[in-house]
Design a protein around this ligand. Structure first.
Ligand SMILES: [Zn+2]
Ligand SMILES: [Zn+2]
Length: 371
């Protein structure tokens, strides 16, 4: 566990390319859900805080948020604008996206709130394309599609305006058009249509994924808490170590530890517990006795230092002077499907089913509408 506040570790939750927080609200039974799970509504473009958008598709129009009034082609519109499903090109400042979806727009405080409603399998194809590299082998794309489908169906509604967002908090959806990679992702979605991972009790697994585990996936309960909803388990993996390092101010570690533990905490007083994979699962401030889950500490560090710098919860922490050195492995929270490992194993001939059995040993693939 730990000596005097010098070398430290963490296991937890990252943004990376991984779906975010795992704990979500109540889940209804699969049979009740089936009828409503043919569409997915997604809050899109929130990161860009769009004020003015040009839309081209089944029709062409310009939409502006004027305070909380929506202005469409120069005319105020009292309610939300709803646009039929089609292939829409959405352009704005620094933005050029394409979505095959129905769109809904409203204005709020000078910002356009845009929700895209996708047919489930169109959403799965778009997420699979957005979340993978262009050279990802087909069987790894199929495993990704089943994982993404399970995750979105199990996660319930995660946002006020929509079930999901288009960021790493939920699943990345870039709206990149109909390029070749999207066509392969579409084939992967189609060839696994309606297949989800199920937990032993029959519930759809809240199946997470991440860019790279760094050689060993993380324990879902240690990272996300009990009971396990993911069907994953900590397993050795053959992906590259994906080493990373970051130097941050010592004060930033202190601030992140204070955020996570809910009170003043100092970098030099931290005791870090990790699991067998090397991930930090618990942080204790020895001065106050306050503690936090590893993922809370990891998130706090990422929020303050940048997600691109703090890439995983598997890292050592060395304090020296005003600085702290973090040296880690992997990218993402490390739970469930490892995208780097899946691509590598698929190149060696593993099928999607074998990949899923490896990363989700507590879940079994089955049809969405079995029950
Ligand atoms: Zn989200
Ligand atoms: Zn891995």
């Amino acid at each position: 566990m730990n000596a005097a506040g010098v070398a430290v570790l963490i296991a937890a939750l990252v943004a990376g390319t991984a779906p975010g927080g795992q704990r979500t609200g109540a889940r209804s039974s699969p049979s009740v859900r089936a009828s409503v799970d043919t569409q997915v509504d997604v809050r899109i473009l929130s990161k860009h805080r769009p004020v003015r958008l040009r839309l081209d598709g089944p029709r062409s129009l310009e939409v502006v948020a004027s305070a909380s009034t929506l202005v469409v082609d120069g005319r105020s519109q009292p309610q939300a604008l709803r646009l039929d499903s089609g292939r829409w090109r959405v352009r704005g400042r620094g933005l050029d996206r394409r979505y095959e979806a129905a769109l809904s727009l409203e204005a709020r405080d000078g910002e356009l709130i845009v929700v895209a409603t996708f047919a489930l399998e169109d959403y799965i194809a778009a997420v699979t394309a957005s979340e993978t590299e262009v050279d990802t082998p087909f069987e790894a794309l199929r495993a990704q599609a089943i994982t993404a489908r399970s995750y979105v169906l199990a996660s319930g509604k995660r946002h006020d305006e929509a079930r999901a967002c288009d960021l790493t908090h939920c699943q990345v959806l870039r709206g990149e058009g109909f390029a070749r990679h999207l066509l392969r992702a579409r084939d992967a979605a189609r060839s696994t249509e309606g297949i989800v991972l199920r937990l032993p009790g029959g519930a759809i697994a809240l199946a997470p994924f991440h860019a790279s585990c760094g050689g060993h996936t993380a324990d879902p309960v240690a990272v996300f808490g009990a009971p396990d909803l993911s069907g994953a388990a900590a397993v050795p993996d053959r992906c590259p170590a994906s080493p990373w390092r970051a130097v941050v101010p010592r004060a930033l570690v202190t601030a992140a530890a204070s955020d996570a533990t809910g009170g003043p905490a100092r970098a030099e007083d931290l005791l870090l517990d990790r699991d067998s994979s090397g991930a930090i699962v618990r942080v204790v401030d020895r001065a106050s006795g306050r503690m936090a889950r590893g993922d809370a500490f990891f998130r706090a560090l990422g929020a303050r230092a940048g997600w691109d710098r703090i890439r995983s919860a598997r890292f050592s922490l060395t304090l020296g002077g005003d600085q702290a050195l973090l040296e880690g492995q992997g990218h993402g929270h490390g739970v469930g499907l490892c995208q780097a490992g899946a691509a590598l194993l698929a190149r060696q001939g593993w099928t999607a089913e074998q990949l899923l059995a490896h990363y989700f040993p507590r879940a079994l693939p089955g049809k969405l509408h079995d029950k």
